[in-house]
Design a protein around this ligand. Structure first.
Ligand code: MCF
Ligand code: ZN
Length: 347
């Protein structure tokens, strides 16, 4: 990929403050957070054939030509994950990586559509719980999952909902999501399952406004009653939608590097998160699939700093993630008190 637009350099002091800053992440996929080397090892262990003869060749396939190519690689990677132990391992490894950047809590997607044919729901849930407990104990970072179904496989949606309800009862799943190809699969198709999920007390979120325009976001808001929008950057194409998002303060989960890598945003342009924020839209910063986009959350904040965001603005974006999370208010207050200590020291 071409280098991403920047218009300023940042001090080492700001770079390390962004690394040390206590953080929360709301939009990251477990499968997409698993690096190419681990996928290569899982493929070998589970005897899954990848279309590459060496790890280097597999790594080179992470240069995505377009969105569909990304989907292809993501599905190949997800197919290498076969056993409960794989999911426990991936979760512990993920929490370790998050902890090194002082990410204290994350809400993580799981591409459930691809998993339910491969291993029994209860074993997968127990494996994720085991990973979450082990990871939190060893590294201090807490995780809750939001399984999603894939738009282009809508028949999986009720199976995924049943799975989410099983994990909700065990306290590890908090919501239902939808992701994948927007083009040809509008939100209106999934109104039924989202209504049922809400009735069952699940939180609901939807990817929208990434490869489709504002109409897809309107659909996610009106038909699905999504509480947060994954990406949503194409809201800027519709001023009425921008007004609506400003008034309702429905959060957007923005992932700058992902948008550049998947050609949602041209690499020679500043990221539209600036325009969204300037118009009063509620935005948060996320990684989406960090190793697939050669990034991590620290790097996303540093990239925005290199596009001219001040420390105060970046700190506000970080606070936005805390407030937009599905944590109980009491827990948010505890984090906030700790974070204020950090901010006071940083001044
Ligand atoms: O946010 C990115 C790109 N847009 C849509 N979906 C996904 C992204 N990263 C992972 N996904 C997931 C999605 O949630 O991929 C699956 C779904 O589970 C579909 S096929 C890539
Ligand atoms: Zn995503």
């Amino acid at each position: 990929m071409q280098s991403i637009y920047t218009n300023t350099t940042i001090s080492d002091e700001l770079a390390s403050r962004l690394h040390a800053m206590p953080k929360i992440e709301l939009h990251v996929h477990l499968e997409g957070a698993t690096d190419a080397t681990t996928i290569w090892e899982l493929a070998a262990r589970n005897k899954v054939a990848l279309p590459a003869t060496t790890l280097e060749e597999w790594q080179s396939m992470y240069a995505f030509r377009d969105f569909n190519h990304f989907v292809e690689i993501y599905m190949l990677a997800a197919d290498c994950m076969r056993t409960p132990e794989d999911f426990t391992f991936m979760t512990v490894q993920f929490l370790q990586q998050q902890a090194t950047q002082n990410i204290q809590y994350c809400e993580v997607f799981l591409s459930a559509t691809f998993m339910l044919d491969k291993l029994p729901a209860d074993e997968l849930i127990d494996a994720l719980i085991e990973g979450a407990q082990r990871g939190e104990k060893q590294y201090g970072t807490c995780v809750r999952f939001i399984p999603d179904f894939t738009r282009e496989l809508p028949d999986s949606r009720y199976r995924v909902l049943d799975f989410v309800l099983q994990g909700q009862a065990k306290g590890i799943f908090i919501g239902l999501g939808v992701g994948g190809k927007e083009v040809g699969f509008p939100p209106e198709l999934f109104e039924d399952v989202f209504a049922e999920a809400r009735r069952q007390g699940l939180r609901v979120v939807a990817h929208a406004g990434e490869t489709e325009g504002a109409q897809s976001i309107w659909g996610a808001l009106h038909s699905l009653r999504a509480e947060r929008i994954g990406h949503g950057v194409r809201a800027l194409e519709d001023l009425q939608l921008i007004d609506y998002l400003r008034q309702t303060q429905i959060p957007l989960e923005v992932s700058p590097s992902s948008n550049y890598c998947l050609k949602v945003v041209p690499t020679d342009q500043p990221h539209p998160i600036r325009a969204l924020m300037d118009q009063g839209v509620y935005v948060t910063v996320n990684t989406d699939d960090p190793p697939m986009f050669s990034t991590d959350l620290t790097n996303e904040y540093q990239l925005l700093a290199r596009q001219g965001f001040s420390w105060e603005e970046l700190w506000q974006l970080n606070l936005n993630a805390l407030h937009a999370s599905f944590l109980p208010d009491e827990t948010k207050r505890v984090y906030l008190a700790q974070w204020q200590d950090f901010a006071a020291q940083a001044e």
